[in-house]
Every structure is written in C-alpha cells, then in structure tokens.
Design a protein around this ligand. Structure first.
Ligand code: IPD
Ligand code: CA
Length: 287
C-alpha cells in the first residue's frame, strides 16, 4: 500500500523521532508490567462486561506512558484505554493501549503487548493519519515499529506482508468482542469464513495480530469492534509492511470492521464478510 501523505508536523518534529519515542515508551512500560506481574494476576475492575477486565498493571503501565509523554512532549494530546483524554495544542495525539491482550496477561498466556502510536488529525481511525507506532510483545520481547513512509520493522529488521497463494490457503487472525450478543453474531460470521480459508487464529491481542500480519506470520486479519488504541500502532506497522487496512463496503477501518492483508486477498475476504453482514450493516440492533 502507498503510505498516506505526510501531514505538516510541528516545528522540529520528525517521524523518525516520534517513532523512536514510541519504541522507548512501549519498551519502558513493557518492562514495568513484566517486572510487576505478580504470580497470580487479579482483576482490579471490569469495563464493558464482566469478561472485560482491567488489572492494576494496565493502570500502572498507562500512568507511566502518560508521565513520559508529559515530560517529553507536553503539548501533545493523549487518548488512552484506561484514562481520561488529555487535550493538546500541537495537533498530535498519542494513542495508548497499556496492555493489549489483558485476558492473556491475566491468565499468563504469552500474547500481550504495549501498543503506542502517535497520530495527526482527529484521534479516530476514519480521519487520523498514523505517523508512527510501536507494538512491544512483552513476554517474548518482539518489538514491531513503523513510521509513515519509513517502512516497518520487527526488532530492527524490515518486514513485509506474506503472499498466500489464495484465500483458501490463508491463515486468518481474528478476535471477538466482550458483549455476548456481539459474540454470537461474530460466531455466525465465522461459520461463513472458516470453510473458505486454511484456518483461524484467535491469539488475543489485536495489536499483535496486526503485526503478525505485517511480518507474514499470518496471511489476513479481520475483526469487528476494535477501539482506536487496539489498532493505531498495529495499523501503521501493517500498512508500512505493504498491507491494506480497510473497512467493508468502501469504508475506512474502524470499530465496525477492520480487514487487513494483501489487497487481492482483502478483496476476497471482504466479499465474504459483507455477505455475512460481519459489520452489522443489516443488523444494527446487535450493536
Ligand atoms: C482486546 C484484544 C483482543 C480483541 C479485543 C480487544 P484488550 O483488547 O485486542 O484481541 O479481540 O477486541 O478489545 O481488552 O485486551 O486491551
Ligand atoms: Ca486493547
């Protein structure tokens, strides 16, 4: 995919410097969360439903990220999963997921990450331009990052999306929301997708899923219900690795649907998802 045009940046700011900061932020928060993980992680609170947990370390990680941003880029805005929005004056917003894959973190399953991105424009996927992002998979140390127009790397090595021969031989990542009715609908959609692909992976972190797509570890990814912080960093890593990241029916990627992968396979998968009403366009009552 061709990178979007680079918006005008505040004086003295470069994409490279923003990317470096995203990496420093994500790895510092990752170290905090790794070292602070108790033997038995407990749920501090629940959010959208009783299966949508927050732990003490989700909050501590986001606090550290906010402190570091306030110290280094005090004029930037902040949109984080676990805290109040902070307004800024620079036109840039940091989009933070302090632990993406909280359920995995809770259970000790290795797929969870700190995800940090910086965007220009309104901080929502339909209208932002993601300038840089980093996804740090804390359990194994893998670190993906990208800057707009700079390409994407994993641990400093450039990555590219894979080239599955066909939809039928594609390994497809996806995820499910926290609401029961939404999940029932997602399960129905899956019955339309699964017979037409190699297999599904539900690994539990949208940020990591998008990075696995970027480095060719999976062939395609789709999910309904992503929040801006689930996808901001992963989306720039994926697009800079050659993926398209889009919605259905010609719309942009976002909460209704995010589909990512090589253009031809995304088109084929999107057709199935549209027919299955995967974005809920024909069933708004499901939410
Ligand atoms: C969740 C993960 C999961 C995805 C959910 C997200 P969280 O984020 O990314 O893979 O399926 O849609 O909400 O709650 O662990 O930060
Ligand atoms: Ca998340």
């Amino acid at each position: 995919m061709i990178s979007p045009a680079l918006p005008e940046l505040p004086d003295g700011v470069t994409v490279t410097a923003l990317r470096d900061l995203a990496v420093r932020l994500a790895t510092a928060a990752g170290a905090l969360v790794r070292e602070g993980r108790p033997d038995r992680v407990v749920v501090a609170a629940t959010k959208s439903s009783e299966v949508d947990p927050v732990t003490v370390m989700d909050r501590a990680s986001e606090e550290l990220l906010r402190e570091m941003i306030a110290a280094e880029r005090p004029d930037d805005a902040i949109l984080g999963e676990e805290g109040d929005d902070v307004a800024g004056t620079s036109g840039l917003t940091w989009v933070l997921d302090p632990i993406d894959g909280t359920v995995n973190y809770l259970y000790g399953v290795a797929s969870w990450a700190v995800s940090v991105a910086v965007v220009a424009g309104p901080p929502e996927p339909a209208s932002w331009t993601v300038l840089a992002g980093c996804v740090h998979s804390v359990a194994d140390g893998r670190t993906w990052s990208a800057g707009l127009g700079e390409g994407a790397t994993r641990d400093g090595v450039p990555v590219r999306v894979g080239a599955a021969a066909s939809l039928g031989t594609s390994l497809v990542g996806t995820g499910f929301g926290y609401d029961a009715a939404r999940r029932a609908h997602q399960a129905q959609v899956l019955t339309q997708v699964l017979p037409k692909i190699r297999d599904i992976r539900r690994l539990g972190s949208a940020a990591i899923d998008l990075c696995l797509l970027a480095d060719g570890s999976i062939d395609l990814y789709y999910e309904r219900g992503l929040n801006p912080w689930d996808m901001a960093a992963g989306a720039v890593v994926a697009t800079e690795a050659g993926a398209v990241v889009t919605g259905l029916r010609g719309g942009p990627a976002g909460n209704a649907m995010t589909v990512a992968g090589p253009p031809e396979l995304v088109a084929q998968l999107s057709e199935i998802l549209e027919a299955a009403d995967a974005d809920g366009a024909r069933s708004p009552e499901i939410g």
